[in-house]
Write a protein that binds this ligand. Structure first.
Ligand SMILES: Cc1cc2nc3c(=O)[nH]c(=O)nc-3n(C[C@H](O)[C@H](O)[C@H](O)COP(=O)(O)OP(=O)(O)OC[C@H]3O[C@@H](n4cnc5c(N)ncnc54)[C@H](O)[C@@H]3O)c2cc1C
Length: 514
């Protein structure tokens, strides 16, 4: 008899959600986390005594249906209706502020164009929204459920009306640059609007592929993709998930890295029956659900030798190299950004789309960006308690920083990058460097080591068209089931991908229970 019905590997938000949904229907569920706290890439992080900054520090893609289905209000989670302004900073133009209501600091033409731009994206987003929280049919599947999903998708697009539908097909695969060029003239506005399609991916404004789809996926969140810090901060979100799991009866073990997945084989193929922990313990279960990324799950925990060769090659070829670094600064007081009244929004330090493209050009050849571009937040301006009274946290998502730096990461490369970042910040907030009490740089290589994510990738695997929808992570494992009987996926490497949405975890639980 197995110890558990289900063992879930990884207590990031998707693992927590999947475990909770399974436990709520009466399964005995064990959740195993390698780190000493839950939350994965969104876990609390004290980077200097008294200064906190999780990697993921805003919610934008979390659908209302995740909050409702998990009943997160019962665990003191309340979304904030106040959204964060997006502020475009450039040495060549005055700051531009993008709010819920519209734009400030641009000419009338750009201001008017913004309304139409948002409206068009919102229309497309609504047509796609149901499919992020549904299992994608498998390629070639002819069963009724698969046919219904395709029919539903076709109907939703057809209901856009002829003109919008044709426009959707044109726009959905445009490079971000072409999309925003069609609407706007201001260089820094275009750069800022590109950001949300690109951040976390291996794409720049000129990259063809699906940055617009990524943007639409992000807009499926409760506030149309506008960023929010929930009441009580990001910790309130992770705490609510952890409390929901506990209330459902999930047993959670921290500091319990899984070393391998136990496999039993017969003439019918392989079946998984539990896990071996790195401490030597073996735990058995009727099924194992992994929220670790696909490369970790299949190549490290299952082992390539146990996989059919073509499948293991497809997993090996998955593009999982991250390009986002995190810079956290502990500041003795609030910095002043020139022209910014209150730095409580998201500041995009990228003067133009070319600046983003040039940063990417360096990184794609494995080099540090000469002029990095970044998204800066000062979460302590909104959230009390994450820095000592009167002091502040600055947290920046830096693009593009290659996981696989030419010559490897060493102290001198890290120092070069930090110097370049501080020079950029100093340009917009003179005197900021004098306020620094402590600084922390997390490269994608650091994220891989500390958060156990291959390549330190924001989405666990690049959200490129060949790694999306019914091909995420590969077509043999895109319905959360895997070629190994009893082994499922439930993390960001599955449909619909990364960001804090809970969709991979929810979809996987529903498949398991179907
Ligand atoms: C720098 C950065 C900033 C980001 N900012 C945002 C943001 O502001 N908003 C947003 O929505 N998204 C953001 N993201 C993306 C988001 O954080 C991720 O897409 C999301 O957290 C993925 O959730 P997950 O539960 O699928 O996986 P993870 O959060 O990666 O959780 C997986 C868990 O599995 C554990 N694990 C792995 N292997 C093992 C093992 N062998 N044994 C036991 N446990 C294991 C890991 O330790 C980890 O806790 C950001 C990402 C990065 C890198």
């Amino acid at each position: 008899m197995s110890n558990y019905d289900t063992i879930v590997i990884g207590a990031g938000h998707n693992g927590l959600i999947c475990a909770t949904m399974l436990a709520r229907v009466g399964q005995r569920v064990l959740l195993l986390e390698a780190n000493d706290k839950v939350g994965g890439l969104a876990a609390d992080r004290e980077f200097f005594p008294g200064f906190h900054a999780p990697l993921a520090n805003t919610l934008y893609a979390l659908p209302a249906s995740t909050i409702k289905e998990l009943r997160l209000q019962d665990y003191d989670f309340h979304m904030n209706s106040e959204t964060l302004d997006l502020i475009a900073l450039s040495p060549n133009e005055p700051p531009i502020t993008i709010t819920d209501q519209g734009l400030e600091g641009v000419d009338a033409a750009d201001s008017e164009a913004y309304g139409a731009y948002r409206e068009q994206l919102r229309t497309f987003q609504k047509a796609l929204a149901p499919f992020w929280s549904k299992t994608m049919p498998s390629i070639g599947d002819k069963d009724l459920k698969a046919l219904m999903t395709f029919a539903h998708m076709g109907l939703k697009l057809r209901m856009l009306g002829r003109d919008d539908m044709l426009e959707f097909f044109r726009v959905a695969t445009l490079p971000m640059r072409d999309l925003v060029d069609e609407h706007f003239t201001s260089a820094s506005l275009k750069a800022a609007l590109c950001w949300d399609g690109l951040v976390g991916t291996k794409m720049a404004p000129r990259s063809p592929n699906q940055a617009v789809l990524t943007l639409l996926n992000r807009m499926a969140g409760r506030n149309d993709g506008q960023h929010v810090v929930p009441h009580g901060g990001m910790n309130a979100f992770i705490d609510a998930l952890a409390r929901a799991a506990e209330a459902a009866g999930v047993e959670t073990r921290l500091s319990s890295p899984v070393a391998s997945i136990v496999l039993d084989g017969d003439e019918n193929g392989l079946r998984c029956s539990g896990v071996h922990l790195t401490n030597g313990e073996t735990l058995t279960a009727s099924r194992v659900v992994s929220s670790a990324d696909p490369k970790t799950t299949f190549l490290k925990l299952v082992g390539a030798a146990n996989l059919e060769i073509e499948f293991s090659n497809r997993i090996r070829r998955l593009r999982c190299d991250g390009y986002v670094a995190k810079l956290n600064l502990a500041l003795r007081e609030q910095p002043v950004f020139t022209g910014v009244h209150r730095p409580d929004g998201r500041l995009i330090l990228a003067p133009s789309m070319d600046a983003i493209e040039f940063a990417w050009d360096n990184a794609k050849y494995g080099e540090l960006p000469e002029n990095p571009v970044m998204e800066v937040t000062l979460p302590s301006v909104r959230e009390a308690g994450i820095a000592p009274h009167g002091q502040h946290v600055l947290s920046a998502n830096v693009m593009y920083v290659p996981a696989d730096l030419k010559g490897g990461w060493n102290e001198s490369q890290r120092q070069t990058l930090v110097d370049r970042l501080l020079a950029q910040l100093e340009q917009h907030a003179p005197g900021l460097t004098d306020l620094i009490l402590h600084r922390e740089l997390l490269t994608p290589a650091d994220l891989e080591r500390e958060y156990h994510v291959s390549g330190g990738h924001w989405h666990h695997a690049e959200p490129a068209i060949d790694q999306l929808l019914m091909m995420r992570p590969t077509y043999e494992a895109a319905q959360y089931r895997t070629p190994i009987d009893g082994l499922f996926l439930c993390g960001a490497g599955s449909h619909p991908g990364g960001d804090l949405t809970g969709n991979p975890g929810r979809n996987a639980a529903r498949e398991i229970l179907a």
